[in-house]
Design a protein around this ligand. Structure first.
Ligand code: HEM
Length: 419
């Protein structure tokens, strides 16, 4: 049996904060290994990257999710009692509830709703000198996600909810005030949504039968009991929050169009396939979720290394998407690479790996791709805009990453629609 290469430092939390997305891959390179051991938040952890490691990580017999997430992530990003922390039959049932919403018709509905909101927004942007694209896109996605999920959203509430949803995503890695704003945001949103669940159940405010609000309000657990209203609030947030989070990928997509303008012309008359390759390369190339976490269920040996029971394990998503063994010139932005991508469940994992139904892989991956395509069509086929001089840099040590200026656009003009 070999020893897992291990960091000489007693704790690497500060290094994690400064290396951010590159924390795991830098050390894997240093130790010339796909895995290494260290301590984070004073807890022993095995960090791993690459396709074989991803395949191992998604083995439900070897890993569990219960106990894998630090409280600072649960209290902000994820919430208590949600699908992310479930295992076995409880996870299978809850995941089925999410996947029942991801039908081709459901995805088409949210794409159509979002396209309408884009259209309305572009018209309002025409009257403004400049638009902070990140904020404007989040507004579109917040409206569309609530409408699709069957959650009535008064106009007076849009701005606060959008801010709260962004705060939840930014809080896990933040220190001080920004972290506490994320906790406050989650509490506020959960209280509001739990009240909405009561309204659906009391039929004061019935939701469309196919909507998330309806499906979740009447979902039963293994014992035949309706889910707790607070858990439903958490799960509704697991729909609305990540749909708004797609705004980050959309900002990076706008950045890619700006920095690699040769693709713009191709996309103006682009086929579905070409739009998809561009979207996929944005999801591979730009940083979003750095890693996912699990806990070893029972001791096992893998490639000669011992994984003790209870050990915390992190899988590097960003590093695997930039692994030079899997991606030729990983630091080059090349949508064409997806022309020949084989579609492995473990090499391209910006939203987790494995199977959407059986594993913890992101339930909203197909929606993400579709809504990014809606945005890409808007950016290349439905509007013209200028990108004034601004600070577009982003840092790989800031999690989640975003261009500093949040992407400002100006001189927006709707393009006449081809009929
Ligand atoms: C899980 C990323 C969009 C719903 C995840 C995971 C990641 C992720 C990394 C964890 C995978 C794992 O634990 O193995 C993202 C990114 C998104 C996105 C980067 C784009 C912004 C969405 C959308 C939805 C969604 C649009 C819903 C409409 C979920 C749910 C889970 C999840 C419910 C938990 C799945 C489970 O535990 O079984 N996502 N996601 N996500 N995502 Fe997403």
């Amino acid at each position: 049996m070999s020893n897992i290469p291990s960091s000489p430092w007693p704790d690497s939390t500060l290094a994690l904060l400064s290396d951010g997305y590159e924390f795991i891959s830098k050390r894997c390179r240093r130790y010339d290994s796909d895995l290494f051991e260290t301590r984070l938040l004073l807890q022993k952890v095995i960090c791993m990257q690459g396709e074989a490691a991803a395949q191992l990580f998604y083995d439900n017999d070897r890993f569990q999710r219960q106990g894998a997430m630090p409280q600072r992530v649960i209290k902000t990003l994820l919430g208590q009692g949600g699908v992310q922390g479930l295992d076995g039959e409880a996870h299978r049932r809850r995941k089925q509830m999410f996947m029942s919403l991801m039908t081709p018709e459901g995805i088409q509905d949210i794409a159509a709703l979002t396209a309408e909101h884009w259209c309305a927004a572009i018209m309002t942007w025409e009257n403004r000198d400049t638009v902070v694209f990140f904020e404007a896109v989040n507004d579109i996605l917040c409206r569309a996600s609530c409408q699709w999920a069957g959650v009535p959203l008064p106009e007076s509430h849009v701005q606060q909810l959008t801010k709260d949803l962004v705060a939840m995503v930014e809080a896990p890695a933040a220190l001080g005030l920004r972290h506490w704003q994320g906790r406050l945001a989650r509490n506020r949103a959960e209280r509001w949504l739990a009240q909405g669940v009561d309204d659906v159940r009391a039929r004061v405010c019935p939701a469309l039968e196919t909507s998330a609000a309806h499906v979740m309000a009447w979902q039963r657990d293994q014992d035949g009991e309706l889910l707790d209203r607070k858990v439903i609030a958490v799960e509704l947030l697991n729909i609305i929050r990540p749909i708004v989070a797609i705004g980050r990928f959309i900002v990076f997509m706008a950045l890619a169009l700006h920095e690699y303008p040769r693709y713009r012309q191709m996309l103006q008359a682009g086929s579905e396939e070409e739009l998809t390759w561009f979207v996929q390369e944005v999801r591979r190339f730009y940083p979003f979720f750095p890693a996912v976490a699990a806990v070893v269920k029972q001791e096992f040996v893998w490639q000669g290394y011992r994984f003790p029971q209870g050990r915390w394990v992190l899988l590097d998503l960003y590093g695997t998407d930039h692994d030079p063994r899997l991606w030729e010139q990983p630091e080059a932005f090349q949508p064409e690479r997806f022309r020949s991508w084989k579609g492995s469940a473990f090499d391209f994992i910006p939203q987790g790996g494995g199977n959407h139904h059986q594993h913890h892989r992101c339930a909203g991956e197909w929606i993400t791709i579709e809504l990014m395509k809606v945005a890409l069509r808007a950016l290349t086929q439905e509007m013209e805009y200028a990108v004034p001089s601004q600070d577009l840099r982003f840092s790989l040590s800031q999690v989640p990453a975003l261009p500093k200026s949040r992407f400002i656009i100006g001189n927006v003009r709707a393009k006449p629609r081809a009929s």
